[in-house]
Ligand binder design. Structure first.
Ligand code: ADP
Ligand code: MG
Length: 249
């Protein structure tokens, strides 16, 4: 069974520095999890640990227990650096060829994944002529070719306008993944998408559970949608509330 389990994690990039993550315990087994916190709170570092990149790639000092079972796919914020080939088609071929597929299977699987991610029309384009949203889909396609059970996305909305952000969430919902974890501080759309939220503040988990309940009860410096700041439960309620106040002024 695929899962990520962290127990009493402490981490710093250099021995002797202050701890970046402090006493982190969490478990990811299924569903949609949002990791929320201000910039610098430790979200990216936490995802790197969940992806198994710490300490192998980033070094540093890690205390506590990390158990990762199953396949974990990780889409970093700088996903561009992970696209290696000049053409979209070559990028997907390269990954599939490395997996040992025959040329006809490589072609078939490339078409399948491109269809699924809505990038079939981009297959013969140069990667450097694509929009950033299109490149994000190419990066996502190449990660999905490794058939992850759990997908981690770091600030996937950073370069997207609102319609592209919504369309990315719809796409993620169509993928047959066991668990998805998104780290973001732009939480307006994600709060209704997520089953669970984990709030990170200054390297500690200060709260986790039901998104609306948890964000209602976290301090004001934690990113949250405006409707929660007004004590309401949804955008729908917020719009009704704003409408009802209009004739009072
Ligand atoms: N590769 C690195 N080497 C040293 N310090 C780092 C590195 N990456 C992040 N940090 C530091 O770790 C802290 C947490 O950063 P990060 O995990 O990127 O938080 P967030 O993703 O919430 O913005 C910050 O103080 C940041 O400067
Ligand atoms: Mg980050």
């Amino acid at each position: 069974m695929a899962s990520i389990k962290l127990t009493n994690i402490h981490y710093r990039y250099r021995p002797g520095d202050p701890w970046i993550l402090k006493d982190i315990s969490l478990e990811i087994t299924h569903g949609k999890t949002l990791v929320v916190g201000r910039t610098g709170s430790g979200k990216t570092t936490l995802l790197r640990i969940m992806a198994g990149l710490i300490p192998e790639i980033y070094g540093g000092e890690l205390k506590g227990n990390v158990e990762i079972s199953g396949r974990v796919g990780y889409v970093p914020q700088n996903f561009d650096a992970f696209i290696l080939m000049p053409f979209v088609r070559e990028e997907l071929y390269y990954i599939l060829e490395n997996q040992g597929y025959s040329p006809s299977k490589v072609l078939q699987k490339t078409i399948e994944i491109a269809d699924q991610l809505g990038i079939k029309h981009l297959l013969d384009r140069r990667v450097d002529t694509l929009s950033i949203g299109e490149r994000q889909r190419v990066a996502l396609a190449s990660i999905l070719l490794n058939k992850p059970d759990i997908l981690l996305l770091d600030e996937p909305f950073a370069f997207l306008d609102p319609p592209s952000a919504v369309s990315l969430l719809k796409l993620l919902d169509k993928l047959d993944l066991k668990a998805i974890v998104i780290a973001e501080h732009r939480v307006d759309y994600l709060i209704e998408w997520a089953d669970k939220v984990i709030v990170v503040d200054k390297g500690r988990i200060i709260s986790q559970g039901d998104p609306v309940e948890v964000l209602r009860n976290t301090p004001n410096h934690i990113p949250k949608p405006i409707y929660i700041r007004y004590g309401l439960r949804s955008w729908r309620e917020f719009i009704r509330y704003v409408g009802s106040r209009e004739h009072m002024v």
